[in-house]
Design a protein around this ligand. Structure first.
Ligand SMILES: *[C@@H]1O[C@H](CO)[C@@H](O)[C@H](O)[C@H]1NC(C)=O
Ligand SMILES: *[C@@H]1O[C@H](CO)[C@@H](O)[C@H](O)[C@H]1NC(C)=O
Ligand SMILES: *[C@@H]1O[C@H](CO)[C@@H](O)[C@H](O)[C@H]1NC(C)=O
Ligand SMILES: *[C@@H]1O[C@H](CO)[C@@H](O)[C@H](O)[C@H]1NC(C)=O
Ligand SMILES: *[C@@H]1O[C@H](CO)[C@@H](O)[C@H](O)[C@H]1NC(C)=O
Ligand SMILES: *[C@@H]1O[C@H](CO)[C@@H](O)[C@H](O)[C@H]1NC(C)=O
Length: 396
């Protein structure tokens, strides 16, 4: 059974085992070079360390020439001067450390893997601000230099540059991203949609972007604490929906379950109801229980005993409640599987292989295509409780 890796950030890296499975069924994925934003400093659109933000662009071809997929990278958040100072010395805070990137899954240009989007223009925008492309402020770093919190300007400046590179004449467009990039997809969905004339089909596809404000096993609200810290430190405000801010504090309006209420563009939510990152890092993190008693369970849902499954099913119930508003939204879609995963669109193995979760006879790739191109009346799939779905073969 393929196992996706554990990782530090809220976005998986390829594990050897997974890579081996992928390579046995496909040629090596495309490596796409990094492009740095032009005039970044003048626009104040910079990474945490002041370096210009970067993105990868693979040009579309054939019938995909005027179709664009914009994919926002994820990788948690930084909510204190200390964590942002540390982040600044990684590729999640500085373009000096960024490299070319492999495109697979929804980003693949192989028609077998990605039959609906393979020939689109595809862009990955790298995540180097630590606030889901949404902050706008500056602060004093521990070393005395300036820490730049410019996520919102990065979003705006990179999108502006892409508009000049052909996005402005797109006939079809899709904004996606996973984890912190999935949350960013929700935060920027309305702005993305508003950039195009009415006749253009512009939609949003947040993957693993629904983070719940829950208590861990010891009663701590870790997600709230990280979001509250990030929102305050990085001055996240302009991006938040006005109708939410009229009733609620900013941190609450940063939650996906609030954001979905204010999004007007058609949106399909792809997420596991047992999101492995949230279960591992916010529901049952090390330290919230005695010793190592939960480690086997948080490593792999298949190891959870009945008491632990009750806790995980409580999480699932909150998750399903949190997205149920979508059921009544026309043009929206849901693909909520019960596999123990986090980020499923950007890996070929979970996107469309024989290991991809299947709901209503659809792989994720099929569900996203059917929804985007309106080939089926609705794609509103919510899986039954683990372990009822035999197609859940991946663990991540
Ligand atoms: C496309 O993907 C299929 C299925 O994984 C694989 O067999 C094929 O070799 C790939 N083609 C190319 C050109 O990479
Ligand atoms: C925070 O953002 C708001 C709205 O964009 C802006 O008016 C304000 O000046 C910013 N505050 C700081 C400290 O940067
Ligand atoms: C949110 O963060 C601010 C600033 O760090 C802090 O003063 C406040 O107590 C926090 N609020 C909650 C509810 O955690
Ligand atoms: C965790 O798994 C290992 C290996 O399967 C087993 O030896 C150990 O007893 C398990 N620990 C708990 C707390 O269930
Ligand atoms: C399940 O595991 C937890 C943590 O190790 C333990 O406290 C609990 O008693 C176990 N429950 C059952 C039914 O084995
Ligand atoms: C899935 O496909 C099979 C075979 O085509 C069909 O019998 C079944 O009714 C379908 N199930 C759903 C839920 O659409």
């Amino acid at each position: 059974m393929p196992i996706l890796p554990r990782r530090r950030y809220a976005e998986p890296l390829l594990l050897l085992l997974l890579a081996a499975v992928a390579r046995s069924t496909a040629a090596a994925p495309d490596v796409v070079e990094l492009i740095l934003l032009t005039g970044a400093q003048e626009k104040g659109a910079v990474c945490l360390d002041g370096s210009p933000p970067g993105y990868h662009l693979q040009r579309g071809f054939g019938s995909g020439e005027h179709s664009w997929l914009i994919y926002l990278e994820g990788g948690e958040w930084c909510d204190t001067i200390e964590s942002c100072s540390n982040r600044k010395t990684t590729e999640l805070g500085s373009s000096k450390l960024m490299e070319a990137q492999e495109f697979e899954g929804i980003l693949s240009n192989n028609q077998t893997v990605n039959s609906d989007f393979y020939n689109w223009n595809k862009v990955v925008i790298r995540y180097c601000d630590g606030a889901s492309f949404s902050g706008n402020a500056e602060a004093q770093d521990q070393d005395g230099s300036t820490l730049h919190f410019r996520g919102l300007r990065i979003w705006q400046a990179v999108l502006d540059e892409l508009m000049e590179k052909g996005l402005a004449s797109a006939k079809q467009a899709l904004l996606s991203g996973c984890s912190a990039g999935g949350l960013a997809t929700l935060l920027h969905c309305n702005d993305f949609h508003a950039r195009f004339p009415k006749e253009v089909s512009a939609k949003c596809l947040p993957d693993a972007g629904i983070f719940l404000d829950i208590e861990d096993l010891s009663g701590k609200r870790l997600m709230w604490s990280v979001f509250n810290g990030t929102v305050q430190l990085q001055n996240v405000s302009e991006v938040l929906p006005k109708d939410c801010l009229a009733k609620k504090v900013r941190t609450e309006c940063f939650l996906a379950t609030e954001l979905v209420k204010s999004i007007t563009a058609p949106t399909l939510i792809v997420n596991s109801a047992y999101d492995s990152w949230q279960i591992r890092d916010t529901l049952a993190p090390v330290g919230s229980y005695p010793g190592q008693s939960w480690l086997n369970c948080t490593n792999d849902i298949g190891n959870c005993n009945s008491t632990q499954m009750e806790v995980l099913n409580g999480f699932r119930k909150k998750f399903v409640d949190g997205v149920k508003v979508v059921k009544d939204k026309k043009d929206w879609g849901l693909f909520i599987d019960s596999c123990f995963m986090h980020c499923q669109t950007k890996y070929s193995i979970s996107w469309s292989s024989q290991f991809s979760p299947v709901l209503g006879n659809m792989t994720i790739a099929k569900a996203v295509g059917d929804w985007y191109f309106e080939r089926s009346k609705t794609v509103k799939e919510i899986d039954c409780e683990y372990p009822c779905n035999p197609t859940c073969k991946l663990t991540g």
